[in-house]
Design a protein around this ligand. Structure first.
Ligand code: PLP
Length: 455
């Protein structure tokens, strides 16, 4: 419980806080739920109600809330060193974490550039790829563009928005963005080529179109940016098996840097530590954040290989330096939380527990597939999206302004669940430490709310 009473906190929020991705006119109509505690898979509000955290506090939490081991590591670090800059100095925790990240990352990623959120991790990747092409040996200065995907989401800073592809979020900023070469979404069951729901035709269409774009633009393309295995914010769009491997091969063939944005899918979400490892792929650059501190503190890392790193080496006067750096880069408290999280992976065998949970989730999702208004269910590891449609046969969507997804999630609150939809897609993204019983509670609640709202 908080020191202040609930209604005072609610009025402070309503009076002074501007919430992200929120129509504030609507927000101001209802007193908000004010969260003041967390334990395991649950969040508790100031009135003592508990909610199962079905979105892992925006896709960050791994080991549950208020995990003693991470709390202790943070407390110990606060008493030693709260912050010291990486501009001109090293610090112990960021050095150890870099070594540990290199040990677990896809083989070949050997350098870690720190920043503090997913968007900056992607910004760093874009700038790094761009500058690499300018500085590598040979004449590659014309490689300045990026291949991106429809439905992609890489964050909200302008570079990250430029490589994104969700019109409803991004279109208003178009005049501020740099242009990219946009490929079709890796898999859309309502694909413009008449996909049959299996993903096959979409995959073929997408790869053919991608290769055509790469062949046409190879000489002007610095990098390709992709969320491997799952396009998250685009609606939990799952890519077919082998897709990432094909992308890797195409990037090699056309001499384009492969940038994998593992901000959402990294740290075990898909069942292995990093999504690219599902297909034995090493990207040239990999962006990490969210789960890196198990959802405790803002921290991000952009990892790269020797080839990219070496292109930045030279005499100072050559000006090959990567002139980029955030104030809290490599913050030791955040790095201590990240190290404690990696220790917990080893201590609890979290990854080894996942296959059972993933299978259980798959079984529970199959039951929901029978519901009249469930049009498509997409799962990869511990992440899933349930797409609600008006007409199951034709897959005709609900009108977007009916906000069926929001209605289902609001109903689920009454059942003790906190969910946040993506349009008409109900998102399942719990802490990885969730138990089978809690998973059942989550799925029972979601099923009940879908039934109640869609009839
Ligand atoms: C794939 C992906 N990349 C980047 C980001 C941006 O991360 P942040 O919100 O920490 O800037 C997100 C956030 O949801 C994401 O899902």
């Amino acid at each position: 419980m908080s020191d202040m009473d609930s209604s005072t906190l609610q009025s402070y929020d309503l009076d002074f806080v501007w919430h992200p991705f929120t129509q504030m006119k609507e927000w101001e109509e209802e007193p908000p739920i004010v969260i003041s505690e967390g334990k395991g898979s649950y969040l508790f509000d100031t009135n003592g109600n508990r909610y199962l955290d079905g979105v892992a506090s925006l896709w960050t939490n791994l080991h549950g809330h208020c995990r003693k081991e991470i709390n202790d590591a943070i407390k110990a670090q606060v008493d030693k060193l709260e912050h010291s800059t990486l501009l001109g100095l090293a610090n112990d925790k960021s050095a150890i974490l870099a070594k540990r990240l290199v040990d677990i990352a896809p083989a070949g990623l050997c350098k870690v550039f720190y920043s503090d959120n997913g968007s900056t991790a992607v910004e760093v990747a874009i700038k790094m790829a761009f500058q690499y092409q300018q500085q590598r040996k040979g004449n590659y200065g014309g490689k300045t563009k990026f291949i991106t995907f429809k439905n992609a989401y890489h964050g909200d800073t302008l570079g990250a928005v430029s490589v994104g592809g969700i019109d409803i979020f991004h279109e208003v900023f178009r005049p501020l963005l740099f242009p990219t070469i946009q490929a079709p979404s890796p898999y859309c069951y309502r694909c413009e080529m008449g996909g049959n729901g299996s993903g096959d035709s979409c995959e073929r269409f997408c790869l053919q179109e991608l290769e055509r774009l790469m062949a046409e633009h190879a000489e002007e393309t610095a990098g390709l940016v992709i969320e491997p295995l799952i396009q998250g914010a685009g609606g939990m769009i799952v890519q077919p098996d082998g897709f990432i491997r094909e992308i890797r091969e195409l990037c090699n063939r056309y001499d384009i840097l492969m940038i994998a944005d593992e901000v959402a899918v990294g740290f075990g979400r898909t069942g292995v530590m990093f999504a690219c490892q599902q297909e034995g792929v090493t990207p040239d650059i990999m962006a990490l954040s969210k789960g890196i501190t198990a959802g405790y503190l803002p921290l991000a890392a952009t990892m790269t290989n020797r080839k990219v790193y070496d292109a930045f080496l030279g005499e100072y006067k050559e000006l090959k330096t990567f002139f980029h750096g955030h104030t809290f880069t490599g913050n030791p408290i955040a790095c201590a939380a990240a190290l404690a999280s990696l220790d917990l992976f080893e201590k609890t065998g979290l990854l080894e527990e996942l296959p059972e949970k993933i299978d259980h989730l798959a079984r529970r999702l199959t039951e929901l597939n029978k519901l009249n208004h469930v049009g498509n269910i997409r799962q990869r590891g511990m992440v899933a999206g349930i797409e609600l449609v008006e007409d199951k046969k034709t897959k005709r969507p609900f009108a977007w302004d009916e906000r069926i997804g929001v209605q289902v999630c609001l109903d689920a609150r009454k059942k003790g669940l906190f969910l946040r939809p993506l349009g008409n897609v109900i998102v399942i993204f719990p802490p990885l430490s969730i138990s089978i019983e809690e998973l059942d509670f989550l799925m029972d609640g979601i099923g009940g709310s879908i039934r109640e709202i869609t009839g």
